[in-house]
Design a protein around this ligand. Sequence first.
Ligand code: BDR
Ligand code: CA
Length: 312
Amino acid sequence: MKKIILDCDPGHDDALAMMLAIASQDIELLAVTTSVGNQTPQKTLKNAMRLLTLMKQQNIPVAGGNQKPLLNELIIADNVHGESGLDGAVLPEPDFKAQDMTAIELIAKTLQESKELITLVVTGPMTNAALFLAVYPELKTKIEQIVFMGGAMGLGNWAPSVEFNIFVDPHAAKMVLGSGIPIVMVPLNVTHKAQILKSEIAKIHEIGNPVADVFAGLLDFFERYHEDPKWGFKGAPLHDPCTIAWLIDPTIFQEKFLNVEVEVDGALTQGETVVDYYDLSYRQKNCKVLLDIDRDAFIKMLMDALKTFHSQ
Ligand code: BDR
Ligand code: CA
């Protein structure tokens, strides 16, 4: 059983990552912390709590994170995720309280109380992870690995060569990638292959439980943004749940251990992840980079997960 903390900015695909973690028999979700990114800090925290209320997981502690990226000004992706951050479905209001502590305090407490190493999964900008490492360096050894969705090899979805999560807080990403902790990177190159088709979303509508109904609505909304022909997609790329899918079954991915650095200065490229695929720089390899995904197996995993909520 893998013990994880999920640091997220829900966000449609963050919601799917949380759902997959909750449904999995192989994963124990110990805590949820929220970051700024897809929406404001107030909204991402509320959305995480709404999702946990929907999935009847109010026992999982939640805490909100930093109000803005480390150095850059806050930007949000309301063009992708809507005014609420989870547009497209009606979610319940939270019926429990967030922890009376910050995200990094909750991460520290969770690590201190665990006898086993814990995986930190980051599906938003890495502000909380970087701050945590700066404030609690002595707890670094309690982290088994950091699995993050972000970055790309030669692709971008917010600037020509920059992925959104790293664009929002490149300085935090640089700190995390330089931390010496084992890192797994889930880049756009893989998540753009993890597309869900309209016909598959229609099947989610047919599952017929309250959780699946909400996710079907969320996916309808998320899919519409990606219909713009400029992307050349057949469906919607499900970025964030790829992190959890890799923890559940790494055999459906291909991966390579590489050096990855974050550009923080470039006028056109701030936030670009520079992935040294051919080891041209001889810099120390610091990151397991996912390269490919078995899309059909991934979609089946999500469908099966959504069906487990039948009885609730
Ligand atoms: C990432 O950006 C966000 O909009 C998504 O939730 C995902 O984490 C993809 O670039
Ligand atoms: Ca996200």
